[in-house]
Design a protein around this ligand. Structure first.
Ligand code: TXA
Ligand code: MG
Length: 327
């Protein structure tokens, strides 16, 4: 085994944090059976303690160690989509530490589809609790360098697996209730899930919608520090011109080429395909945020199902942008 993996496993066993790549975004990992280690994740991220974290597993045979009920639907979805960008929320087994579940009766589980993550999980041999490796409320990291810039010395080791292929967080499906419920859209779509399950998947919030079951579902999340506005395609030219007139440095993310060049206009051409768009999204927002832009204008996406997951992240980025405190 590579020296770096041996070091990662011994850090995890000692209750330390290790950041690692997944196919979606980089995770900030700790031994999910060790409450003190998981507490370090919350401290490093500045994240409220009542927010549950996902447990990453080496393979689906580990499900029964974490969930007290493994419904047929979960078995089916695991077979079809794992390793891959899908998190299943199931009833927790008694042994799962409360700090992992945020005190809830459920636990989020997934087998990530990234070779380095799988090597780490297999070498560790148990569950690794890992939220995205960013400060709470900020943009998820999709490269090892992003993680180092976000968390600095708070993390002992960052395993570098290059840029994350998917680029946005996993789909989260709640299978703990009477009906399957989509808690967060992602690369695995609601249509794929309902066709695999043979029943509809609801996207409606449950009765307890006010509880922070999914902090990613808080309106302000995944946000850059620079104000970000979504602009309808037909209004883009006029809105860009207005911001330039006011003397701003304007960053634009659009699926069509730049309008007339301007020294204060930074135009980023976004891919026309939702998968490629997702892959680049967070790196583009992060680059804008670190540059001189005073405003980020993003061309609104088509209201089509296949754009759902990225449209969801952009809406939250627009809502939470421009705040200076780490909420
Ligand atoms: O793609 C991903 O899911 C990445 C990579 C690292 O795996 N992880 C990630 O973790 O996005 P995080 O903590 O940033 O977001 C996980 C989401 C949170 O919104 C959390 O509330 C939700 O999963 N979650 C975890 N356990 C849950 C549970 N038992 N019930 C409801 N939501 C849960
Ligand atoms: Mg996150």
């Amino acid at each position: 085994m590579r020296a770096e993996l041996i070091q990662a496993v011994s850090l995890l066993r000692a209750g330390e944090l290790v950041a690692f790549p997944t196919e979606t975004v980089y995770g900030l990992g700790a031994d999910a059976r060790n409450p003190a280690a998981v507490a370090r994740i919350f401290a490093a991220k500045g994240r409220p303690a009542d927010h549950p974290v996902i447990v990453h597993l080496p393979d689906a045979t580990h499900l029964s160690g974490w969930a007290r009920v493994v419904p047929q639907g979960a078995v089916k979805l695991a077979r079809l989509f794992w390793p891959g960008p899908l998190t299943l929320v199931l009833r927790r087994s008694e042994s799962v530490p409360d700090i992992v579940t945020g005190g809830q009766d459920t636990v989020g589980l997934r087998v990530p589809g990234h070779p380095l993550a799988l090597e780490l999980l297999q070498a560790f041999g148990s569950g690794i609790a890992a939220p995205s490796a960013n400060r709470f409320g900020r943009i998820s990291p999709t490269t090892a360098e992003h993680v180092r810039r976000e968390l600095g010395r708070n993390v002992r080791l960052v395993l570098d697996g290059g840029p994350c292929p998917v680029g946005i967080e996993s789909t989260i499906l709640d299978l703990s209730g009477a009906v399957p419920r989509l808690l967060r859209p992602g690369a695995v779509t609601a249509a794929q899930l309902s066709s695999a399950l043979g029943e509809p998947v609801t996207t409606e919030a449950g009765a307890d919608a006010s509880a922070p079951r999914v902090p990613g579902s808080l309106a302000a999340h995944y946000a850059p520090a620079t104000p970000l506005h979504l602009v309808e395609p037909r209004e883009l030219a006029a809105v860009v011109a207005a911001w330039l007139d006011r003397g701003g440095v304007v960053a634009v993310l659009a699926r069509r080429p730049a309008l007339d060049a301007h020294p204060r206009l930074h135009w980023q051409l976004a891919p026309a395909d939702p998968g490629a768009y997702a892959h680049e999204l967070y790196a583009s927002l992060r680059a804008f945020d670190e540059g001189p832009a005073t405003v980020i204008l993003v061309e609104a996406l088509p209201r089509e199902l296949r754009w759902n997951a990225v449209a969801d992240r952009l809406a939250r980025a627009a809502c939470g942008s421009g705040e200076t405190d780490e909420t």
